[in-house]
Design a protein around this ligand. Structure first.
Ligand code: G6P
Length: 355
């Protein structure tokens, strides 16, 4: 491969470490903090849509779920579809509907099929992609690049963070003036991620969590998609059974599986859903599950968790992007301890061009 590993053992580790730079590149020239505005010249002519549909697969689908929440909070109805389940004929669209294909490669067959269907049905279409002039960028009316740089590892890491940031910019650009705080915290995101990269204790924890029947990940609101992504990352590269749930769903089924042999990773924001999520943590604690809290309010959560992975305190829509880095490192070090071929997991491909 033309891109080297820069001294890291795996591309995945290198790409995790590249996130502060990737996000700086993504933000460059796009955020006017003082005016609380976002500028995306590539979207010139694109008006505020009446609704948004996001279509994507895998990790990009989780970025879509995150984006959906950003649009909804700004008053724009939004819904995310697994691309292979999207049927533009049965989900009404018109030119005021913005269909956003979220795809790192811009080549995923299922996502391309959904995008073509949306174009045929008369929706306005946009590709959020990492690859310039990719099939998705060419097929969609508009293209917005996430600027993550080449991603070699099959498991997506930096492209996910860059998709989250691009969707944050997109939602802000389409919904008019934004809170200064949100844009300020987006600008600080590279530093927050760097702090996690420099200080994360997750590597030390992995030894204690190797013997487990399964791993569960829970979060609410903006953190729910990151819970799904944390589980996906772990199963992709460690081959261990992992599932992610919106925390409130635990009691509707998954709790039956919770034992002392099922570590539960709980994403706890100090600003949103804090009490309810801690309530869910108590439910699993009562079943003796080892709880690992990923949180920006360690003092609040400490006594409910075996382990705390701290992230800097920030806006509730920015916190999950930082928290996800802890989960990427968890997946990496756990797979590493198990001796897995991290960059090329069995049965998986970087870009899936069959349907
Ligand atoms: C494959 C990859 C995943 C990726 C998914 C969607 O399954 O292994 O990492 O998330 O495709 O890819 P895309 O390029 O559309 O984001």
């Amino acid at each position: 491969e033309a891109v080297g590993k820069s001294g890291y053992d795996h591309y995945m580790r290198k790409e995790i470490a590249e996130q502060p730079r990737a996000i700086r590149d993504c933000l460059r020239g796009r955020v006017e903090e003082l005016a609380a505005s976002v500028s995306l010249p590539e979207l010139e002519g694109l008006e505020e849509p009446s609704s948004v549909q996001l279509v994507a697969c895998g990790t990009s689908y989780h970025a879509g779920l995150f984006g959906e929440r950003l649009f909804q909070r700004r008053g724009i109805p939004a819904q995310t579809f697994v691309a292979s389940e999207y049927d533009a004929g049965s989900v009404p669209v018109d030119e005021d509907t913005l269909v956003v294909a979220v795809t790192q490669s811009g080549e995923t067959a299922d996502t391309m099929q959904a995008l073509r269907g949306a174009n045929r049905a008369g929706a306005t279409t946009l590709a959020v992609t990492n690859v310039v002039a990719s099939s998705a960028a060419r097929e969609a009316e508009y293209a917005c690049y996430v600027r993550a740089g080449p991603e070699i590892s099959v498991a997506a890491t930096k492209s996910f963070a860059s998709q989250q940031v691009t969707l944050s910019l997109l939602a802000s650009a389409l919904a008019g003036p934004q809170s200064h705080e949100f844009l300020r915290e987006l600008r600080r995101l590279p530093d927050y991620i760097q702090a996690v990269l420099d200080r994360s204790s997750v590597r030390d924890l992995v030894g204690e969590l190797l013997d487990a029947d399964a791993y569960f990940f829970v979060g609410r609101g903006y953190n729910a998609p990151v819970a799904l992504e944390g589980a996906l990352k772990l199963k992709e590269i460690s081959y261990r059974h992992a599932e992610g749930f919106p925390a409130g769903e635990l009691k509707h089924g998954p709790l039956a599986l919770v034992t002392a042999e099922t570590p539960v990773f709980a994403l706890v924001s100090g600003r949103e859903h804090t009490a309810e999520t801690i309530g869910n943590v108590k439910e699993v604690q009562a079943r003796r599950a080892p709880v690992v809290a990923v949180t920006d309010v360690p003092e609040t959560v400490e006594r409910h968790a075996e382990f705390v992975l701290e992230v800097p305190e920030t806006h509730p829509a920015v916190m999950p992007i930082v928290a996800n880095v802890q989960l990427q490192l968890l997946a990496y070090w756990l797979a590493n301890a198990l001796g897995r071929p991290i960059d090329k997991p069995r049965n998986l491909a970087k870009s899936v061009t069959v349907r």
